[in-house]
Design a protein around this ligand. Sequence first.
Ligand SMILES: *Cc1c(COP(=O)(O)O)cnc(C)c1O
Length: 382
Amino acid sequence: MDKVAFSIPPVIGEELDAIGDAIARRRLSGDGHYTDLCRQWLEQRLGCARAFLTHSCTGALEMAALLLDLGAGDEVIMPSFTFSSTANAVVLRGAVPVFADVDPTTMNIDVDEIERLVTPRTKAIFVVHYAGRIPDMDRVNAIAARHGIAVVEDAAQSLGSSYKGRPAGTHSALAAISFHETKNIVSGEGGALVINDPQFVARAAILREKGTNRQAFLEGQVDKYTWVDLGSSYLPSEIVAAYLFPQLKATDGITADRLRSWHGYRQALEPAVDRYGITLPAPMDRDVPLNGHIFHFLLPDAERRPAFIAAMKARGSHCGFHYVPLHSAPAGRRFGRAPGGCPVTEDAAARLVRLPLFYGMGEATVARVCADVMSTLPEIFD
Ligand SMILES: *Cc1c(COP(=O)(O)O)cnc(C)c1O
């Protein structure tokens, strides 16, 4: 039987024409025609004060850390169950990531943990939308407001999702989106910094352009441009933006397609909950629509996960898993803290399996992977 890949980057069909057009325009560095189209699309879609295209979500998170003036002694609360970039952005500024435990049904930060971990040094909370699911931002924002701390959304995985009628990336002052080829909407490498608090817009433009006021110069606000602040180069090339624009326009179709696969998996695997003791992701809440970014579930134990994944692979269905909890990773132990530990994260992360999920995989492939799961579970766990 054919193999099922774990992930395949989406192609809409208009990308090559857009790249050809970008080349014909003879302007390939950042902030040209296609970067502007992507910016406008994001700003309209999100209703944010400003969206800056970046070369990665990692870069956008670094910009957020710079904009918040994070520095030595500052603490930033974030889930331990996330990608290294969430923590690196903070560590690069000399601040300390303080790792929180997760809710095992969503793998999102356990909001009760935030209150427990706040200290007088806490300067921000970096919230991750795992698998595109937005946690209870009303509660997160209420806690942040009470303690006078900033909130940043690591919305790397959640373009297309929303919470109480408002899209991912609009529930905090600053948010970071990823267009890495493993995400829903892609440009190979790519990202965006979403700014909802207008006070950050002017400085973000400077940070992103090597610490210069080039943007103000291009807009005719100053008559020469120069080095005015610290900064780096966070712009993507026009070639990258040209790939991205047709993808952005296809967001609703890609999201609907992935969600069909997500619901297909959840429904077909329901019988395995009682029969084999697997834990499925929480169902989709009407107030918190998902984007079908990841379908994961938890096996009954961690010891047999390698055998389960190997047996799935032998059947031709390629599964994945992640993350090594950051508080237990070598760099996390060096740079971060986890007061009280993250026992739920440790347990769940070790049992987690991700099933193949990509745009256009189709019902038959979903059914085939489910059949492989339902034959592999008894083989390994009975
Ligand atoms: C993918 C991802 C990132 C990094 O995105 P890049 O665009 O590859 O830099 C950061 N945080 C989370 C939660 C991610 O899933």
